[in-house]
Design a protein around this ligand. Sequence first.
Ligand code: 5GP
Length: 190
Amino acid sequence: MEALKQKIRQDGIVLSEQVLKVDAFLNHQIDPALMQQIGHEFARRFAGQGISKIVTIEASGIAPAIMAGLELGVPVIFARKYQSLTLKDDLYIAKVFSFTKQTESTIAISAKHLSASDHVLVIDDFLANGHAAKALIDLIQQAGASIAGIGVVIEKSFQSGRAELDGLGYRVESLARISALTHGQVSFLE
Ligand code: 5GP
């Protein structure tokens, strides 16, 4: 997606060879017009797949997921991060290792929002080593729902997530694929 790549080149900050900061348009300040284009592009790529729900993870997956949900006309569920699980709700629960915080947290979705009849599109802001995506897949499988694919705004293709999800047989659609973050520069795969 050319507009996204341009925005990354213009406003992305290479923090290290592993981490790209996109606080100017995705992770803190949000560019609504770009999010709308992102939602449109996800909807175009997953059109006609019978998607009934979108699942993402708080907080940074929510903006692109909502825009895709608006385009596809389906509800968006964001998995919530919990410090402690003293909730009374019936929950699907998974552990996720955070790439940016380097800590493990627990995420959950209320069972009332997801069921075996759902066909789900997973959306997230970044794909690095695939921990967030695999935890979301775990929650969806606990509900007995099926998975249409995984939509990622920014894939860092030099990390292991893409290959792992491909290996598990999931369709992964990434709107920008980064091959390297070297010398403070972003290089794209395609
Ligand atoms: P994974 O679980 O695939 O290892 O990492 C994906 C998650 O970590 C995303 O939900 C995203 O929030 C965060 N993340 C991974 N890499 C980056 C990065 O380079 N920059 C930012 N801002 N977040 C990242």
